[in-house]
Ligand binder design. Structure first.
Ligand SMILES: [Zn+2]
Length: 365
């Protein structure tokens, strides 16, 4: 029997909740995840129609991109749609779950999906995040060094870009003296001992720290394993905001906007002055991406595809780039497909549905 938590774990393995922005509220919105899962409904937003659809399709889990609860609730009386939906979900034993900015910040997330729909090649994260990486340094007797190193790799250490199991080792001498309470692995009590040790250095994503340290303590032969953890200033090239890539064939600015209209079902694109150049390099960000305009210009993109630009922000294109605001819903409505492919990869026979509803609150006249 598949538990609701098992489905959520698949999503969290793919988009770790620790990678969400500080203002976000990704994760369980309401409900008990320790129940057998009857089906999962995937949607961009949670609305009355989506909840009704879940009940009809016998899904007791809704996974949405946008969290239903954003500001903390002080009462639950049903005075607005958020409270009404929470109450109705709880009454119907339906778990509401959101995977929001953590899905934005991962390499294979929301922005990769948009890049695929545009047809971009050679994509990379537009604004990689800093201080996600930590370094672990540990000191281990020569004979056990390889097994400790392998255990650390298996726990998720040593990923750099397209490489894994990365580390660096040096030889040296460790010294220690065990007291009467100790059970030393090597050496004698009350005597200073010198042991030939290997210093192992490797990196890991900071949200894996607990797992990494537990693994080290289990795998290391010493009673007291010596280790250091450093926070690194490096950026993490696979984690961050927005994306930039290249079209296989350059297009005119007008043709590119037409291409966006078709690919994303955009009813109206708000855009800045054409620069009369071919579009080859394209930057993008799902949802509200105006904060990345400078990065898009810096990356040398001809076009920046995003949403939620305000009037004055359009001026900032300043003949450096063309902003194409195609609408928030339009940029992100393929996001449930990402969750779909992750879940069916793990649970191929489980009932996974993409919502039939267009939840866009914006209409075009
Ligand atoms: Zn959004």
């Amino acid at each position: 029997m598949i538990q609701i938590q098992d489905i959520i774990s698949v999503v969290e393995q793919f988009a770790p909740p620790a990678l969400q922005e500080s203002y976000d509220n990704s994760g369980v919105q309401c409900g008990n995840t320790q129940m057998p899962a009857s089906g999962v409904l995937l949607s961009l937003d949670i609305t009355h129609e989506v909840l009704k659809e879940a009940i009809k399709k016998k899904c007791n889990l809704i996974i949405a991109h946008h969290p239903l609860i954003f500001s903390p609730l002080k009462q639950l009386t049903g005075k607005n749609y958020v409270e009404q939906l929470i109450i109705k979900a709880i009454k119907n034993d339906i778990v509401l779950y959101a995977c929001h900015t953590n899905a934005d910040n991962i390499q294979a997330g929301v922005n990769k999906k948009i890049a695929e729909k545009i047809g971009l090649l050679n994509t990379r994260i537009l604004q990689p995040k800093k201080r996600i990486l930590k370094k672990l340094v540990t000191f281990c007797p020569e004979k056990q060094a390889a097994s400790v190193q392998n255990a650390l790799f298996d726990a998720g250490c040593g990923h750099i870009g397209n490489y894994d199991r990365c580390s660096f080792s040096t030889n040296g001498n460790g010294t220690f003296r065990a007291n009467e309470h100790a059970q030393p692995f090597v050496g004698e009590k009350h005597k200073q001992h010198t042991e030939t040790e290997i210093k192992i250095e490797t990196i890991f994503e900071s949200y894996k720290e607990h797992q990494v340290v537990q693994t080290l303590l289990q795998a290391h032969p010493y009673e007291e394993a010596a280790y250091d953890i450093y926070t690194l200033d490096n950026t993490h090239p696979q984690i961050g905001s927005g994306m930039v890539g290249e079209l296989a064939q350059p297009m005119s600015e007008k043709d590119f906007l037409q291409h966006l209209k078709q690919s994303f079902g955009a009813r109206g694109i708000r855009y800045t002055r054409f620069l009369n150049q071919e579009v080859k390099k394209v930057a993008l960000c799902g949802g509200s991406g105006s904060f990345l305009l400078k990065e898009a210009i810096k990356a040398g993109a001809h076009m920046f595809v995003s949403a939620d630009f305000k009037y004055h922000q359009f001026f900032d294109a300043d003949n450096h780039i063309v902003i194409a605001d195609i609408g928030h819903y339009e940029t992100e409505h393929f996001t449930p497909e990402i969750f779909y492919s992750q879940i069916v990869k793990k649970f191929s026979t489980f009932a996974v549905h993409l919502s039939d509803h267009n939840t866009n609150p914006v209409n075009y006249f």
